[in-house]
Design a binder for this molecule. Structure first.
Ligand SMILES: [Fe+2]
Length: 181
């Protein structure tokens, strides 16, 4: 038995009309794919801190990660602000009109995950700043653990969001096509 869950694949190429909603859905997918890729690279780098045998080298990796994660969080913030402004309210309104359940409670849960991840990122950054000049492998690993926690929360956050939003976004694309046909 396979434990791999089937993910929803957005059918962006099969629409008849390139509407503003199609643009939003396309942007959503592109940004998610790009952020997930960056997250996976970060995770691999965090893992390398656990595997590294030389404390000086793992300390350098931590400093690189500190810069990368700061950039990542800014990109994520921009993405989330756009979603909360231009994507989620449109979906919510659309499905409410069809008397379907509101997505608002799920969005609250996702926002909480996001905040929790940012807390772990902040504690990672503080831990990197507090590292002694000659930190041990163990201290470096403990520092990396904060970021690993953040990465795991964020990966799950993207999956949850895609599982919730992609099927709805797709349904809207189909409806809009049907409406214009
Ligand atoms: Fe998102």
């Amino acid at each position: 038995m396979s434990l791999t869950k089937e993910r929803h694949v957005l059918e962006l190429d099969s629409v008849a009309r390139y509407t503003p909603w199609w643009q939003s859905t396309k942007r959503l997918k592109e940004e998610h794919d790009a952020l997930t890729e960056r997250l996976d690279h970060m995770k691999a780098l965090v893992k390398s801190v656990y595997d590294e045998k030389d404390p000086a080298r793992s300390r350098i990796t931590l400093k690189i990660l500190k810069l990368r994660v700061n950039d990542f969080i800014s990109a994520l913030k921009e993405h989330s602000e756009w979603e909360e402004r231009d994507v989620f309210p449109v979906i919510d309104l659309y499905f409410r009109r069809l008397m379907k359940p509101s997505i608002t409670p799920s969005i609250w849960v996702m926002e909480r995950d996001h905040e929790l991840a940012v807390l772990f990122v902040n504690s990672f950054v503080d831990a990197v700043d507090a590292l002694p000049e000659k930190s041990t492998l163990e201290q470096n690993r403990q520092t990396a653990a904060h970021l690993m926690q953040a990465c795991l929360i964020l990966s799950e956050h993207f999956e949850l969001e895609e599982d919730l939003i992609y099927p709805l976004a797709d349904e809207m694309l189909t409806d809009i096509d049907y409406f214009y046909s």
